[in-house]
Design a protein around this ligand. Structure first.
Ligand SMILES: Nc1ncnc2c1ncn2[C@@H]1O[C@H](COP(=O)(O)OP(=O)(O)OP(=O)(O)O)[C@@H](O)[C@H]1O
Ligand SMILES: [Mg+2]
Length: 259
């Protein structure tokens, strides 16, 4: 069954067509990948799915209900959480506070402040702390909970983001290039984690990724876009063997060589 259905999605910016009549589905319980050369419209697509952009036209259905014109926080409430292409942590806050900020019932007053609270607020805060610790433990970085985010190595900052993302127990987890900047070992650990998110936590995972080795390993279905348009879709093997995909990527390499 489709958890998310994207129908004829188009996103224009002035004269630029970032997303062009895109149709695809993300099956419930799947690990699906969106790939394509630089500037293909992958992040713009994610921005439409998460309410950061209002599409020019088209429909996005999640559990059968439209997400078009729904603000980002309401989309979060429906169970869709994303990570960004670049690390976006609160640099001067602790790992714990960063993860607590992702528990979607949280209100800002609980982060990093010591205001007087009512007993019910204190109970809520304790519950949020418990959930954040559970997420950090799951990702394997509970021992770093009191560290300041900016002092951590890049790969660990990425992990903090994943902990924050899973803390609110999303139905659909969107990851924008989660392997970017990670070393080989970290990429292997990421593949393992993504499988655990799906198998143990019951999440559906939809990821954008540039690292082909990783995509082929982790995704069951791959959607390939170029210039905002879908050019291929299928299993890793089907997509890999598709001449249109080979051309899209080789074309890019030739361009890079010419620079
Ligand atoms: N807010 C915006 N305003 C104007 N143009 C935009 C905006 N967002 C994206 N674009 C344009 O849309 C196109 C697709 O960009 P997008 O960031 O989605 O590509 P991408 O596939 O994620 O690329 P990369 O692999 O480099 O991250 C690009 O031409 C980009 O410049
Ligand atoms: Mg992008």
């Amino acid at each position: 069954m489709a958890l998310m259905e994207v129908k004829d999605l188009t996103m224009l910016f002035g004269g630029i067509t970032a997303v062009n009549h895109l149709d695809f589905e993300v099956a419930e319980g799947s690990i699906t990948a969106l790939i394509g050369p630089n500037g293909a419209g992958k992040t713009a697509t994610f921005n439409c799915l998460t309410g950061f952009y209002v599409p020019t036209s088209g429909e996005i259905l999640f559990e059968g209900e439209s997400l078009v014109n729904v603000p980002p926080h309401k989309i979060t409430d429906r169970g869709i959480i994303r990570t960004f292409q670049n690390v976006r942590l609160f640099n001067n806050l602790t790992v714990m506070d960063n993860v607590m900020s992702g528990c979607h019932s949280i209100s800002k007053k609980f982060v990093g402040s010591a205001l007087l609270r009512t007993p019910s607020e204190r109970r809520e805060e304790a519950e949020i702390k418990r959930i954040a610790e559970e997420a950090l433990d799951y990702i394997g970085i509970l021992d770093l909970k009191d560290e300041i985010a900016k002092n951590l190595p890049y790969g660990t900052q990425r992990r903090v983001e994943w902990a924050r993302a899973i803390a609110s127990k999303p139905k659909l987890l969107l990851l924008d290039e989660p392997a970017a900047g990670l070393n080989r070992q970290e990429k292997g650990e990421l593949v393992e984690l993504i499988n655990r998110f799906r198998d143990e936590l019951g999440m559906t995972v939809f990821l954008i990724e540039h690292d082909m080795g990783m995509v082929m390993k982790v995704a069951e279905k791959i959607i390939v876009i170029n210039f905002g348009t879908k050019i291929s879709e299928g299993t890793p093997k089907e997509v890999q063997d598709d001449p249109l995909v080979v051309e899209a990527y080789l074309g890019k390499e030739e361009e890079e060589e010419a620079v």
